[in-house]
Write a protein that binds this ligand. Sequence first.
Ligand SMILES: NC(=O)c1ccc[n+]([C@@H]2O[C@H](COP(=O)([O-])OP(=O)(O)OC[C@H]3O[C@@H](n4cnc5c(N)ncnc54)[C@H](OP(=O)(O)O)[C@@H]3O)[C@@H](O)[C@H]2O)c1
Length: 242
Amino acid sequence: MKVLIVGATGPTGQELVKQALTSGHTVTVLARRPDKLSVPQPTGDSLKVIPGEVLKLDDVKGALTGCDAVISALGGKAGVFTSCDVYTKSLDVILKAMKELEVKRFIACTSWGTKDDPELPYLFRWVFKPSILRNVLANMEVMEDTLLKEEEINWTVVKPPRLMDGPLTGVAPLTMEGQLVRGLPGKVHIDRSDLAKFMLDCLTTSDWDRKLVAVAAGSCAVAEAAAEAASSEGNSVDGEKK
Ligand SMILES: NC(=O)c1ccc[n+]([C@@H]2O[C@H](COP(=O)([O-])OP(=O)(O)OC[C@H]3O[C@@H](n4cnc5c(N)ncnc54)[C@H](OP(=O)(O)O)[C@@H]3O)[C@@H](O)[C@H]2O)c1
């Protein structure tokens, strides 16, 4: 497939580009600072890197021409007093370009808990969401709400918890439609490599078409099982007797 990747110079984006090439996709990258892309240039023409702005319609249309899908790993800066509009502004431009060029598939990344849910991890819900993540999550939420009303484009929004930088595990992530993967212990995460793989896998399945899908590392389920086993044996998770 021919894929346009935006946000490719971020850590998840770099993984997306690397794995997309390995999987045999033809990749176009639109980046305002292309020199930040550290993926080795493959031989042949499977990777095209175009300097430009994701917020400029002509730049996006130029990069998108000939592509079958768009994947976005764009990220806004978190901050209590830092406003964030990169998700909604880029979405407006990308959707317009996609419609004009009749490109139908869009896959993007936001986060767990853009909307409140009593099962969100305590620290996320009560410390980070109301403070440093507030503006970023609010803008992600507007982006998701816009997509939920979108009729022409086949979209998927992948929603990870805390991101880490481990290597590809090969273990399928846990998935659940909605704001979070329920029933996991407090410390949840996913490696960017596994997140990127899942986003790319969305290109070849219709399972998550027009859905918000929360993901978490497969290993989080192992941690949960261990916690349950320890609990039923009368031990706490770290091995101490209750
Ligand atoms: N960090 C976490 O624990 C966590 C948890 C859940 C969800 N997420 C979300 O997961 C996604 C991927 O995160 P990440 O850490 O891999 O990447 P990131 O650092 O959040 O994303 C950076 C990417 O977005 C681009 N970007 C930001 N503002 C831009 C703008 N105004 N115009 C054009 N490009 C812009 C950057 O381009 P430049 O290189 O040119 O700056 C870079 O390619 C993000 O949406 C993030 O919010 C993160």
